[in-house]
Write a protein that binds this ligand. Sequence first.
Ligand code: NOJ
Length: 543
Amino acid sequence: MSNASDSWWRNAVIYQVYIRSFADDSGDGIGDIAGLRSRLQYLTYLGVDAIWINPWYPSPLADGGYDVSDYRDIHPGYGTLDEAKQLITEAHHLGLRVILDIVPNHTSDQHAWFQQALAAGPGSSERERYIFREGRGEDGSLPPNDWHAAFGGPTWTRTDDGQWYLHLFAPEQPDLNWDNPEVRAEFESVLRFWFDLGVDGFRIDVAHGMVKDPALPDLGLTEFSVLARKGQENHPHWDRDGIHDIFRNWRAIADSYPDRRVFVAEAHVRPGRLAGYLRPDELHTAFNFDFLKCALEADRLREVIDRSITDLATVGAPATWVLSNHDETRHVTRYGRAYTGVTTPMRDQGHPTDLTLGTRRARAAALLMLALPGGAYIYQGEELGLYEVEDLPEEVLQDPTWERSGHTIRGRDGCRVPLPWTGDTPPFGFSANGAAPWLPQPEDWKSCTAEANQADPTSMLQLYRSALRLRRTKAGMSGEEFRWLDSPDGTLLFERGNGLLCAVNLSDQPVPLPVACRPLQQSGPLGSDGQLPPDTTVWLQRD
Ligand code: NOJ
């Protein structure tokens, strides 16, 4: 491995592989393990430390694989368990660690457990693995409570025998009952299964949702989404204290391996609560959604950065930084709009967008993110400068949000369009045999294929590569040293170790560069007069 230390994860750069859309070797228009294996060299060329692979388990794909029907196997369309083992070995040979995605809040409705629960009927131990309840009203025809599901509609679906089951997401994703020791034991066994195959860690899906208030009280919601009110104290299904016991057990399992394995939490919690998940005997890191969602404005960013570092330092955990993922509008697009933050997840579309401006700002944001202390996540394609595809034809949309919102919310497919690798026309080398990809790519992605990016020294890919190289080689970047320096309004200036500075100009005027420093890397051209232009970031070395 390139980094033998047990704490490699404290400042790792992790590349998110949305496997359906990464590379297709079999020629069916859908990405697969063989495609990923064939492109591992590209990831070492880019210079990342690890990959996180979105769920690759057997799944009916009602929610892009976040509906798992078997946690110990590979989705047939993606390959086989043997190929997964080969991938892990090959990645390790190349110095890349491998992180999988575990989905413990819910299974697929096609999972053997759920099928057994349906067959066994009310009162059975099989039903105790999920959350089944009688309905309300005289004949039980009303849902047991008023919760709303994340993709639209109620969180309850009625079965043929009249009971209802809970699903915080789609009806095809029944929630597990984490008060049941059998559920806990099963997931501990699943963790060991993959750890034994050499997997280096897990991203935990909906880590803040697994434990529910057994009384299942009404929320009194009038809004559409269950995500509303998630910040309320003692929420009946988000961020309940009971979750921490589960993660302490998981940590003990990860630590029982000689080369300790790691976790990263997907936990949407209110400010100040994330540190609770990252205590020394719980999870290692968590995604920083506050940073992802923050508008590209100096004051707001400074506040988020400060809060992230300070809160997590109370438990000795490093911050992480992320700009995009498979659930959010790609940041080239977000940053090309009048308001650059995320407003409403999954609905944030169709605003007037200036992609040239968005790209310039995305370059500046990448250098900001990669200069901050802690870990960083790169979502596949952001290193190519890809933007959100907002005009996908309605008939190709697959995100469950589209159906469940009665065709009012298009959902997340626009950030999941298969990667362009080579050539001038779709599918841009995505499928080995030229098959049409599962979501169509825009014609003008010919300028952002990996091939085009590789050939252009000023491309987004070359910016990421050279920043990642500096991050690896400059000692000042590897520690956790960080301090703000004074800088003009609308700008950020901070110092890492060994006199390394990062200056970000998010104002609409050029500002003077700090004196007695030489530029190491910049996101765009610097002014000839020693000025830092708007929407530009520069890394500097003190003389
Ligand atoms: C979060 C995942 O990132 C998202 O893609 C998925 O739809 C939900 N969890 C439900 O599993």
